[in-house]
Design a protein around this ligand. Structure first.
Ligand code: ZN
Length: 424
């Protein structure tokens, strides 16, 4: 098994500006914090955003960090491309709350041999854990020391966009249409678009740089809803409970037994949706069942919502009183519907991938993306790969070659969008 080397990484950073940029970003602890009272949820996101915005202003670009920590940089089109439609590019500053993002110590595995990597704290990263590694034999991999995540999700995307903006400011030969680059906060908490006004971005279409392995292009997400089921029992002293007590803990059990046994995350994959109970608060007198419902089809999600309501109604009928009450909240919807109606950005992405020699793997995300929320608000927004693998934990790693492909694709996309004058 190979091991990462800090010296090799330092050497690479001397001549690789993109890697240098990425490693610099990982020095900021930007872990999103669940339950935080602050916006953004952690001060590190504010600090990093302020640093980036200041650097962009120094480069002569118009960049602003708003009171929610979101950094928006607008770049006017170069001469002759003013009538091209506005393109928005997004990445998020925060890292997942699932693993520490503090004191990240990255290392480089040169020319991965395919036999796995032993991280500094003896955790192993191999193809058993990460089958994608098989297609990265020969690549240089940036890995962690096993104590923290790497933060390539999404600092790889941020790094690519910072280098892109640098080119806009410094390279007069780099032609582009009107660009808006957005660094969001708390994406990992599902809050990144909360304070984003789509109209003020002034763009026709967008991409997020927040995807996974080389070639992936996320064009579909679940339709998503959350459900909370309130369960009302009847608390009576156990001594005299016979025939009188209704135990809400037991009622939860009855509800769960009615859910289709195979339609949960553990038993589904591909294009299948699910019901997922993720939390339960239960006592004798009252209980709450927290669940999420997911389906790629709009109709399918409605069926699932109806089923939850139906189970409640059936059990209420059996019990003879309103023991179960479900409230359902929509969360996000499948961006595929919007991308079908406004397909141009996906076509441009496909072309950009192809021009860079990257095979497109259109992906149905079994989750959401920022793009799902933006698409629903009228800004079509697929998600482009960055190369980050095994995100949200200490096995996170990043292929240097894929990171560079992401940059290449992104620049190509900007160039293609600049030539869109006639389509507008
Ligand atoms: Zn991400």
């Amino acid at each position: 098994m190979q091991q990462g080397s800090k010296d090799a990484l330092a050497k690479l950073m001397q001549h690789d500006a993109l890697v240098r940029r990425f490693i610099g970003l990982t020095a900021y602890d930007t872990m999103a914090r669940r339950g935080s009272k602050f916006t953004p949820s952690s001060a590190g996101q504010l600090r990093l955003g302020a640093h980036l915005s200041a650097e962009l202003c120094e480069l002569g670009l118009h960049s602003k960090q708003d009171e929610h920590g979101v950094v928006i940089t607008k770049v006017p089109a170069t001469e002759g491309c003013q009538s091209a439609p506005g393109l928005c590019l997004l990445a998020h500053l925060d890292t997942a709350p699932d693993a520490s993002g503090c004191d990240i110590r990255p290392a480089l595995v040169e020319k991965y041999l395919g036999q796995g990597v032993e991280l500094e704290n003896a955790l192993t990263l191999d193809e058993h854990l990460s089958p994608e590694l098989a297609s990265h034999v020969g690549d240089d991999l940036i890995v962690t020391d096993g104590r923290t995540l790497l933060g390539a999700d999404d600092k790889a995307g941020v790094a690519v966009l910072m280098e892109l903006l640098k080119s806009c400011a410094a390279d007069p030969g780099f032609t582009h249409g009107p660009l808006t680059v957005v660094f969001t906060c708390d994406e990992e908490l599902g809050l990144s678009c909360q304070h984003l006004e789509v109209e003020s971005l002034g763009c026709t279409y967008a991409v997020t740089l927040d995807g996974g392995d080389l070639g992936s292009l996320d064009v579909a997400t679940f339709n998503a809803a959350g459900a909370v089921i309130k369960v009302q029992g009847r608390a009576v002293h156990t001594a005299v409970a016979k025939g009188r007590m209704v135990n809400a803990v037991g009622l939860c059990q009855r509800f769960l037994a009615e859910l289709p046994a195979q339609e949960n995350p553990e038993c589904s994959a591909g294009h299948e949706g699910f019901y997922h109970v993720h939390n339960l608060e239960a006592a004798v007198d009252q209980a709450k069942i927290f669940m999420i419902l997911r389906d790629f089809e709009r109709e399918g999600l409605l069926v699932r919502q109806g089923r939850v309501q139906g189970i409640c109604a059936m059990l209420n009928e059996q019990l003879g009183y309103a023991a179960f009450e479900a409230s359902i909240v929509p969360q996000y919807s499948n961006m595929a519907d919007v991308l079908k109606a406004k397909p141009r950005i996906v076509e441009l992405c496909r072309q950009a991938y192809g021009d860079c020699g990257v095979e497109v793997a259109e992906n149905w995300v079994r989750g959401g993306t920022d793009g799902a929320i933006l698409s629903a608000r009228g800004l079509p927004c697929p998600n482009v790969f960055t190369g980050a693998l095994n995100c949200h934990g200490p096995w996170e790693c990043l292929s240097v070659q894929t990171l560079h492909k992401c940059e290449e694709v992104c620049r190509r996309l900007v160039t293609l969008a600049a030539a869109e004058v006639n389509h507008h």
